[in-house]
Design a protein around this ligand. Structure first.
Ligand SMILES: [Zn+2]
Length: 112
């Protein structure tokens, strides 16, 4: 999974199709991520001592990482990502459309 927290992505499916928003968190183990304002649900909260009013809490739920594309910071298009490996073993994300670099990835285990 190549999307990182803080990336801007475009949603490809569901009610929020076409929405561009920031990634709030990623869950690499499950291939899911939370996108700001996307897949928002309301949790209904009972009255309690902590929250005497009760009410509704709006919260984003994770969506599948395959449903979003990174918005390229170079060409501005939503595109798939490739990985370029440099001579010293460092990995860089690259836009498949324009080849623009989209930030370093961690080094692979073999090079640690
Ligand atoms: Zn690009």
């Amino acid at each position: 999974m190549l999307i990182r927290t803080g990336d801007t992505v475009e949603v490809r499916t569901g009610n929020s199709r076409g929405t561009r928003a920031r990634v709030l968190s990623v869950d690499p183990a499950h291939g899911k991520l939370v996108v700001e304002g996307v897949n928002r649900v309301y949790r209904h909260i009972k009255r309690s001592q902590k929250n005497p009013q009760g009410g509704r809490l709006s919260k984003e739920m994770p969506i599948d990482a395959s449903n979003v594309l990174l918005v390229c910071s170079a060409c501005g298009k939503a595109s798939r990502l490739g990985v370029a490996v440099s001579d010293d073993g460092g990995k860089t994300r690259v836009c498949r459309k324009c080849g623009g670099e989209q930030g370093q990835l961690g080094r692979s285990k073999a090079n640690r």
